[in-house]
Write a protein that binds this ligand. Structure first.
Ligand SMILES: *Cc1c(COP(=O)(O)O)cnc(C)c1O
Length: 391
């Protein structure tokens, strides 16, 4: 894939945008009700449906991932109802804020940062009350911890709650199949929400949400919801016929998204899941050669991004500034980990070449900052793992 970017943007989103997506983005802006645009919008919605394997409703609208989080909650849970938030970091915690803003009764089960929530803890809270919905963050972008869907979804469904899955840093890279039963019969994802700018590899600006039939029944039972732009009933007619108007869609971003989704489906979901799993393992193993270890335990680590703890004596700002001067952008860590770790994205249209180069640049930077590291050994470790996968 051709790439005209001057920098390698290896943060947990936005992720590197390839030329064919920029080319799509730069096409002429047409009327949002033009039949030619409507055909592209329709096609992007169909591709989303195919990616998620859903027979429910799919929404692709202007907004960031946070808007998608709002849309998921406001259309399924009424003020005063109970929501359980399963949080494995900063973005899990964001659901607490949303739940409070919407007047829900919110309970939380949090893990220590870097670890997964224990399914037994979820079970005991759910047994203690009638919850309308439970939120799960598939890959928490602050910690690089992935949720164990096979363990969590059956417990949630056993207690009759809706499963709301935040896929903002996972969709198109870690398996999310709305037709699949996770871990037990009929244990399905009811609402999936995501954004355009992470593992899908499109510039930021689109909120993507899918509701299955169970979630649509929940919406119906709510009657009126305290929202207008994010009320799915205002969008269903547009998603069925994109020539209709409710609120102006971001025409050029939709062009870009349609191209991004074409690339996703062309590669194929299984290939993408394998590729990302290999990237995650390879990046973490290579950095471990430098004495830089991931916060997450390997069996709970996300395929899409890693939170890497600094070795003793390495300064966050000096390290990331030196990397930026070499054209590699990585992210700082959040909350209490700020200054103690950095985050590296390895998702979307990122390639083996880019990641291998990143391992070299990180090694060179460590050397410049006075650390003794073996760049060749780390690079070999990366290649050994990253390239062992079916293509
Ligand atoms: C990035 C992210 C969000 C927030 O998305 P925005 O597009 O920044 O609003 C929510 N959840 C997760 C898991 C994320 O990674």
């Amino acid at each position: 894939m051709a790439l005209r970017n001057e920098e390698m943007l290896l943060i947990p989103g936005p992720t590197p945008v390839v030329d064919s997506i920029y080319d799509a983005l730069g096409q002429e802006t047409r009327s949002h009700t033009d039949a030619r645009f409507a055909a592209i919008y329709r096609s992007s919605i169909e591709k989303t449906r195919e990616m998620l394997k859903t027979d429910g409703e799919v929404f692709v609208i202007s907004g960031s991932g946070t808007l998608a989080m709002e849309m998921a909650l406001i259309n399924t849970v009424a003020p005063g109802e109970k929501v359980l938030v399963i949080s494995q970091g900063y973005f899990g915690d964001r659901f607490i804020k949303l739940g409070e803003a919407f007047g829900y009764e919110v309970e939380v089960v949090q893990s220590e940062w870097g670890k997964q929530v224990q399914p037994l803890d979820v079970e005991s809270i759910l047994a203690g009350g009638s919850f309308k919905a439970v939120t799960i963050t598939h890959a928490d972008t602050s910690t690089g911890v992935a949720a164990d869907l096979d363990a969590l979804i059956p417990i949630i469904k056993k207690h009759g709650a809706l499963v709301i899955l935040d896929g903002v840093c996972a969709t198109a890279a870690m398996e999310e199949d709305m037709s699949k039963s996770y871990g037990a019969a009929n244990a399905k994802i009811d609402v999936l929400l995501t954004g355009s700018q992470k593992a899908i590899g499109v510039p930021p600006g689109l909120a993507i949400v899918a509701f299955n039939q169970t979630a649509l029944v929940a919406r119906e039972q709510l009657g009126r919801v305290p929202a207008y732009y994010t009320d799915i009933y205002n969008w269903i007619p547009i998603m069925h016929d994109p020539q209709k108007y409710f609120a102006t869609p971001p025409v050029n971003l939709v062009y870009a998204y349609n191209e991004g989704m074409r690339l996703v489906l062309e590669e194929g979901m299984e290939n993408r899941y394998q590729r990302h799993a290999a990237y995650g393992k390879a990046v973490r193993a290579a950095l471990a050669v430098y004495g830089m270890n991931a916060l997450a335990e390997e069996n709970a680590a996300a395929a899409t991004l890693s939170c890497i703890l600094y070795p003793e004596g390495l300064d966050d700002v000096a390290f990331r500034t030196a990397l930026a001067q070499k054209g590699l952008i990585v992210a700082g860590a959040l909350a209490h980990l700020a200054g103690k770790a950095f985050r590296i994205g390895h998702m979307g249209n990122t390639t083996e070449d880019m990641l291998e180069k990143a391992i070299v640049l990180i090694g060179e930077t460590l050397t410049e900052l006075g650390f003794v590291v073996d760049v060749k050994a780390a690079t070999e470790k990366f290649k050994e793992i990253a390239y062992v996968r079916a293509v």
